[in-house]
Design a protein around this ligand. Structure first.
Ligand code: EPU
Length: 422
């Protein structure tokens, strides 16, 4: 089993290039099913979730050419067979449930395994199923499969989500893009990857407006065509390195980003006392003199992202003194990593959906596990800032979503390696 080993205490200095966004790349790759044509997708992150998605699509009959030198993939979905996604791969990730929306949109029926993904307690898909029903599909997920069929074909709808859901919004967009007439999605999620998916589908010939607001309007089109499309930069990868720069008392330029997507993270770092200088396509994060305790609540975009909650909780362990309250307003159980941080000397109490963190200015190296993707990123940040050596196990979680995180951190001076490199 591979491990990441870090000798902590070195301030990060230099420039890090950000890769394409995982949570945009996955629905866009799967969205290519709707085109029955050849798409060229650029700025794809080289991460395990993308590789698994490409394997799934290939086993469904897509013809794929990968060029990882250029982070570009061409994908021809003309011969995709409905219902042929391999369950053992589907179970390895969350975004595989977008196959249901894409199959309904293209074939008017679907059969795909229920998804996996990070364990934050219960992650129901009731909103996805309700949305599919609203556009004319009978769906059932009781046998470990999402199975659906729209006997009269997919039709348009006006649908209001009961809660804010990224995956539900994306799945309805995929399923409705070719439904005749006007589909209106209310209480839609507003994340940048929703906008990126809409831009991709529109480049393929769809007619989607309002993405990025809470009302998305889709005028159904008969056909979508192949296109060339460039994925947006990954705001969570960028945010993770911003926090790593602050935690190590460093000075790092995070390049190839859209600063607007990072506003909630930038604002919190400034409250903590870290200098953040915004440029057109980069931000520079500079440690000044100390880290102040703050409180935050993770919320849907444009609120502070839940996918940055574990990293920020780690930073607050390093606050010079004082209490921080970190609340997760999206998931009810995203604090499993706290047990691992405590092994490094963190002083954290969990109270329902909040972590109450007492900052002591330091952490100590230890052996810890990456319990999920962002939790793993938080362990890396903790290890970079800690006194002594930190060994992180179960790094497959990290490799699902971060492209060459070890190489990128080494490039800015971190003493970090994978165990098989020893
Ligand atoms: N929810 C329901 N019913 C549903 C759908 C969601 O109750 O039918 C609940 C969830 O349990 C959760 C909340 O609604 O409490 C929000 O879930 P959402 O559907 O927005 O999340 P998701 O689509 O499953 C995506 C990202 C996650 C990210 C969340 C929130 C992908 C593949 N995953 O998940 O990313 O945390 O949005 O922004 O896009 C990550 O990258 O580390 C990650 C976990």
């Amino acid at each position: 089993m591979e491990k990441i080993i870090i000798k902590g205490g070195k301030p990060l200095k230099g420039t890090i290039e950000i890769s394409g966004m995982k949570n945009a790349a996955l629905p866009i790759l799967i969205g290519s099913i709707l085109t029955e044509d050849k798409c060229e997708i650029e700025n794809l992150p080289d991460i395990d979730d993308v590789r698994i998605t490409l394997s799934i699509l290939s086993q469904m009959g897509a013809v794929i050419e990968e060029n990882w030198q250029e982070n570009t993939v061409t994908i021809d979905t003309t011969k995709i067979k409905c219902g042929s996604a391999p369950s053992e791969l589907v179970r390895q990730m969350r975004a595989s449930y977008y196959i249901a929306g894409a199959e309904l949109g293209r074939f008017g029926r679907t059969s795909v395994g229920c998804p996996g993904g990070c364990d934050f307690g219960e992650r129901p898909i009731d909103q996805h199923l309700k949305a599919f029903e609203a556009i004319g599909a009978f769906v059932d997920s009781s046998n470990g499969l999402i199975e659906g069929e729209a006997p009269g074909g997919i039709h348009n709808t006006e649908f209001c989500f009961d809660i804010n859901t990224v995956g539900g919004t994306i799945n309805l967009m995929l399923a409705a893009v070719k439904a005749p007439g006007l589909t209106v999605i209310e209480n839609a999620a507003r994340e940048p990857h929703i906008v990126d998916l809409a831009n991709f589908l529109n480049t393929c010939g769809a007619n989607i407006s309002g993405a990025g607001t809470d009302t998305i309007k889709i005028k159904g089109v008969e056909k979508l065509y192949g296109c060339t499309y460039t994925i947006i930069p990954d705001m969570i990868e960028a945010g993770t390195f911003m926090v790593a720069a602050a935690a190590t008392k460093g000075d790092v330029v995070i390049d190839n980003i859209i600063p607007k997507h990072l506003e909630s993270i930038t604002q919190k770092l400034r409250q903590i006392g870290v200098e953040v200088i915004e440029n057109d396509e980069s931000v520079e994060v500079k440690y000044r003199d100390g880290l102040k305790a703050i409180s935050l609540r993770a919320l849907p975009y444009p609120g502070f992202p839940t996918d940055m909650q574990p990293q920020m909780c780690t930073l607050m362990c390093l606050a010079d003194k004082g209490l921080s309250i970190i609340t997760d307003g999206v998931y009810n159980n995203r604090f499993k990593y706290v047990t691992q941080l405590k092994k490094m000397g963190a002083d954290i109490h969990i109270n329902e959906r909040s972590a109450i963190v007492s900052g002591h200015g330091k952490l100590s190296g230890s052996s810890v596990k990456a319990v999920d993707l962002r939790a793993g990123a938080a362990m890396i940040i903790a290890g970079l800032a800690a006194d002594g050596v930190t060994e992180i196990e179960d790094i497959h979680h990290i490799e699902r979503g971060y492209s060459d995180i070890v190489g990128k951190l080494r490039g800015v001076g971190a003493d970090i390696l994978k165990a098989d490199e020893v």
